[in-house]
Design a binder for this molecule. Sequence first.
Ligand code: ATP
Ligand code: MG
Length: 452
Amino acid sequence: MLIKRPKGTQDILPSVVNKWKAVEETVSQAAEQFGFREIRTPVFEETGLYVRSVGDTSDVVTKEMYTVSSKGDDTFTLRPEGTAGVIRAMLENGIMNEGFPRKVYYIIPCYRHEKPQAGRYREFRQFGVEMAGSASPYADAEIILLAATVLDGCGLENVELHLNSIGCPECREKYRSALREYFEPHKDELCPTCNERLGKNPMRLLDCKSPICKEIAKDAPIITDYLCDGCREHFEKLRKILDGYEIKYILDPKIVRGLDYYTRTVFEFISNGIGAQGTVCGGGRYDGLISELGGQPTPALGFGMGLERLILTMESEGCEFPPAKTPDLYIAPMGERAQEKAALLCDAVRRAGYAAEFDIIGRGLKPQMRYADKIKAKFVCVLGDNELDSGEAKLKNMRTGDEKAFKLEEFIGEFHNLLIEELFGTGLGDALADSIGDLPANTVPPETNGRN
Ligand code: ATP
Ligand code: MG
């Protein structure tokens, strides 16, 4: 019996990998435009890192972690989110001492033991950014603008930004008491998790997905009525900056975010097109996290964007993905002598920077042509004894069916010009050749290998 992949995981097959590459390219380009540099950290970390940062009342820590004990005493957890590991790495490697603001981004797989459903997996991929060292609302705006730029760059039009401020520990103290007072009379109707949370962390109740808790929470007091002067001013300034960028947002007091470490600004980008798991991106400010993890108190913020949900949203909105790359050339040899020549030609074509294949099975012409069709080769060159003896062969443009004869010893140059014409239109090959000077036309494919 075949072994199946674990529940809640996905195989990203060659036929759809172009979508992933396009999205990864879009997000990294945008991040780099905003001055973020990529960071790569381990897939697993000491469990304590997540307990300390994500918080011991969060769903992620209480229910969703994949924890393994190793041969020693330590226990390790597969990364459920990116922030904790990245902040750990920045502190451990002294990156925080290199001057502020520090800005990093990452594209990573994350692991959470959740109930698999559309848009919710046990292994999923996240694009995330973290910025350390600025308490200014301009930093919050930069992060939000970056997320909006990415979504825009992906072609999305129906994603809403929901914005809230959850204040600082001081404003939250008063707010928590108000929430407890509000929920206390409904205690027995709440789901067991929320019932338990009421004492420890009542703000979590606002984040619960159970319909009953949602209904009860509808008229709960809202945090923005409890903000201290500093937090209120920060929020007002942020909104003014976003208005300046003409970024539309919905003030949503129910956005509290699932992780314990957030302060002040929190936000989510929500898509209406992909069902219940519509939050494509969530983030905010976490001014307390860096000191919690043993660093100097440093204001910081960031977001995580679920790439599966991003791609699902793009598909639901009919966004276009760039097509997968296809080989530039397929060489179809007939017989052993031709195969030897095909191998060398193919090598020369690849070294000139093109994607090329030749037959490595020893099949007849018909199955070879079927294969060339299937891999969508742009050009095909059939090589047999006749071609080898005369020193002349034909390159066939598979889209138009046009064939052009050429001297084998001028292969690379001929191929180069034909390909440029195919890609950029007639005449351009010559124009380009003129403007760049001598293209590798008339290059003789090396018979012996002289790699440098
Ligand atoms: P949700 O409320 O949907 O559970 P979350 O608040 O737990 O999300 P975050 O921890 O903020 O999510 O993670 C950031 C982003 O990662 C989410 O907005 C979402 O796009 C994505 N994400 C989170 N969990 C999953 C999952 N199990 N499968 C796929 N994507 C996920
Ligand atoms: Mg979750």
